[in-house]
Write a protein that binds this ligand. Sequence first.
Ligand code: NMX
Ligand code: MLT
Length: 427
Amino acid sequence: VNCILLQDRLKKLKSEHGKVQLGNITVDMVLGGMRGMTGMLWETSLLDPEEGIRFRGLSIPECQKVLPAAVKDGEPLPEGLLWLLLTGKVPTKEQVDALSKELLSRSTVPGYVYKAIDALPVTAHPMTQFTTGVMALQVDSEFQKAYNKGMPKTKFWEPTYEDCLNLISRLPQVASYVYRRIFKDGKAIAADNTLDYAANFSHMLGFDDPKMLELMRLYITIHTDHEGGNVSAHTGHLVGSALSDPYLSFAAALNGLAGPLHGLANQEVLLWIKSVMEETGSNITTDQLKEYVWKTLKSGKVVPGYGHGVLRNTDPRYSCQREFALKYLPEDPLFQLVSKLYEVVPPILTELGKVKNPWPNVDAHSGVLLNHFGLTEARYYTVLFGVSRSIGIGSQLIWDRALGLPLERPKSVTMEWLENHCKKVAA
Ligand code: NMX
Ligand code: MLT
């Protein structure tokens, strides 16, 4: 019913308001990575430049309040967020528990997936190994099978739903296999089917401290979705619009996430913070830190974890991780360094004069939390981001198909075309 209501709403929007303008497209936008250009429909979340992300209308603090948790006053269970993104409704604890079980029942990974990963050198980047695993999972795509058999467009969402749920449920197994292969001599840890999604993932990685389980629940919840224009979500949506199945779409999204200006920034942040410590020792002064930031900038690098394409304020995903650190690890020296950076970096980026947002984003904080609980291998961090992002991209992909969204194909032009057009406008 929900689905039909939404299809009707979309039809009405198109027929009654299809020609309403949403803004002007300028040359700056075309040359500037389409910043500020509204160009796609994304139902699961919406980003406000000042306030940050809302998942189906709920801010992160609101999600922390209303979504079911594993422990009293604990962090939300990501299964609850998946339910919220899929349905637009806040689930009960019983519904979340049922979804946990449903995901578990789908989580068996075929042996050839591990063989595909094993074919890569162990030195391959964890994101390369992870994406290879996702591509191998594609062999089981229900969407591809159904499409090859032939089905009406109105049915596309059904095998997409099956694929997305299977994909989400299998990723922790694949991701933990990659981690244990690279960093723990290939000694895999079996799933504990009594645990929720994030806790089980943490367990398979080798971390059972209850605080780490809470961190993983928070981590997986907040990285799920960041409206549709970010590189990974947009890529998943674009590739999915060609009716590539969810595995193909999500593998493409992961390749975007693996870029240093996007998800790989979480790796870069921890490596950068550790290199500050190595160079200056742990009693770093504010002046030494300022000097290090300037040195980074003068070498032509960006300060990882700061800035954003849309946000113009501190990322609420940063703030909730800071709250977590203040609660569980206030004395951690790396957390204290992250806090100092929060004071030192924004004025320097502002002084540069060109940075539109000098404030920290989600990646500025996640590494020090993981590092505190023993997950010290920064090169792995983007894989965790990837597992979480499957929940947002998968939920929207199901809606893309349910709403029958078309092939995405914007118009491009040459520089000559732009020059001629501008001459005509000026004449
Ligand atoms: N350090 C140094 N320079 C920066 C930074 C930064 N953190 N952020 C922006 N700039 C520069 C940017 O490189 C550009 O310089 P130029 O004109 O010489 O090319 C200028 O400031 C204007 O860029 P903006 O319009 O402010 O930012 P844009 O929307 O183009 O890019 C990011 C957004 C996120 C790519 C950019 O802020 C950045 O490179 N940040 C560091 C990497 C990072 O943390 N990425 C993770 C983002 C979150 N995620 O998970 O995806
Ligand atoms: C994200 O979570 O995708 C990042 O913050 C990047 C973005 O929104 O552009």
